[in-house]
Design a protein around this ligand. Structure first.
Ligand SMILES: NC(=O)C1=CN([C@@H]2O[C@H](COP(=O)(O)OP(=O)(O)OC[C@H]3O[C@@H](n4cnc5c(N)ncnc54)[C@H](OP(=O)(O)O)[C@@H]3O)[C@@H](O)[C@H]2O)C=CC1
Ligand SMILES: Cc1cn([C@H]2C[C@H](O)[C@@H](COP(=O)(O)OP(=O)(O)O[C@H]3O[C@@H](C)C(=O)[C@@H](O)[C@H]3O)O2)c(=O)[nH]c1=O
Ligand SMILES: [Mg+2]
Length: 290
């Protein structure tokens, strides 16, 4: 049984490939040389290369600030590529698991967002990911659109690694304290994705639709940074004092939601998946960094 994974070299892709998969399941994760998400011809070729048992669509244009000035590339990778993948899976009678983001929301809801809340992206990245959701939803009835948020891991570029790197150079880090969300560890997300995709392959009537998966608990970016520093210091790693600032004091090309906490109740009910607390996963990740 062959599963196509896009973005296999990304934070989530690396952890997907590391999961233990049942005998007979093979994951195929072509690199950029073979699969260029910005090139529809290349995406269509890989999508049609085999009758995939499932497609996991994890690859994306994830540089949130750069996307503001690179609109076409962001939309090609985040919306058009998933459309092609979802259609190819549908033609093979196969499900697609597509990863999406909290940044599809505007961030003005005071409570955690549920799956049915209206989207309202405030960035090019968020809008392009919303485009990808709509493409997947309309091209393949057998889908799980899995929205996640604030993904970190010991690999690639992410907030955890940025904070540790900056802490190695400075005594003090200024971090925004008026944006709240749910930190998510890539390994936890990959484990949830594995459960969903295996059930979708095995059961044609497995729950389809949009679901949220994020680490249990919430934080502001400043609060997350403080927890990272405490965990790092406890293991003799780099640490710095976190100075809470406002979004206005940290100007960026892209706007980000003030609140993008996500409720995960729907996934719990549909698939029995219970997200681990992000603070527990932080300890595991810091330990893995040595
Ligand atoms: N990171 C986060 O905080 C969040 C991520 N998500 C979503 O989760 C998914 C996985 O994200 P994550 O693993 O963190 O992403 P990363 O930024 O770690 O990795 C992105 C992956 O996509 C690949 N990719 C990007 N552009 C192309 C392209 N044109 N052609 C081929 N491959 C390409 C990269 O390949 P290469 O190695 O060649 O660069 C890499 O494998 C994405 O859909 C993202 O939108 C959702 C919420 C939060
Ligand atoms: C590096 C740094 C960032 N910040 C702020 C900027 C921003 O508001 C917040 C997080 O910055 P980052 O650039 O790491 O995060 P960002 O690129 O916004 O992360 C997002 O990535 C995409 C792919 C998603 O889908 C989202 O869920 C989210 O994880 O922290 C500081 O306040 N101080 C700092 O020193
Ligand atoms: Mg970033």
């Amino acid at each position: 049984m062959d599963i196509l994974v896009t973005g296999g070299t990304g934070q989530v892709g690396i952890e997907l490939l590391r999961q233990s998969w049942p005998d007979g399941v093979r994951l195929h994760a072509p690199g950029r040389d073979e699969l260029d998400l910005a090139d529809p011809t290349s995406v269509a070729r890989v999508a049609a290369a085999r009758p995939w048992a499932a497609i996991i669509s994890s690859g994306a244009y994830t540089a949130v600030d750069k996307a503001e000035s690179d609109v076409a590339a962001a939309w090609a990778a985040n919306a058009l590529a998933p459309a092609i993948l979802a259609k190819a899976a549908a033609e093979a009678g196969a499900p697609i698991l597509h990863l999406s983001t909290d940044y599809v929301f505007a961030g003005d809801k005071p409570e955690p967002y549920v799956e049915d809340d209206p989207v309202g992206p405030i960035s090019v990245y968020g809008a392009s990911k919303e485009g990808g959701e709509q493409a997947v939803r309309t091209a393949n009835p057998r889908h799980a659109i899995l929205r996640t948020a604030w993904v970190v891991s010991p690999h690639r570029s992410n907030f955890l690694r940025t904070m540790l790197r900056l802490a190695g150079d400075r005594d003090e880090l200024r971090v925004v304290a008026d944006q709240q969300g749910c930190p998510t560890f890539a390994a936890d997300l990959a484990a949830a994705s594995r459960t969903i995709v295996l059930r979708q392959i095995a059961e044609p009537d497995a729950p389809s639709g949009t679901f949220h998966f994020v680490g249990e608990g919430d934080a502001t970016w400043a609060g997350f940074a403080e927890a990272i520093m405490a965990a790092s210091a406890a293991r003799g790693g780099p640490s710095a004092r976190i100075v809470p600032i406002t979004t206005a004091e940290y100007p960026t090309p892209a706007r980000r939601p003030a609140n993008s906490r996500l409720s995960t109740e729907k996934l719990r009910a549909a698939y029995g998946i219970v997200p681990p607390p992000w603070r527990d996963s932080l300890e595991v990740a810091i330990a893995a960094l040595g």
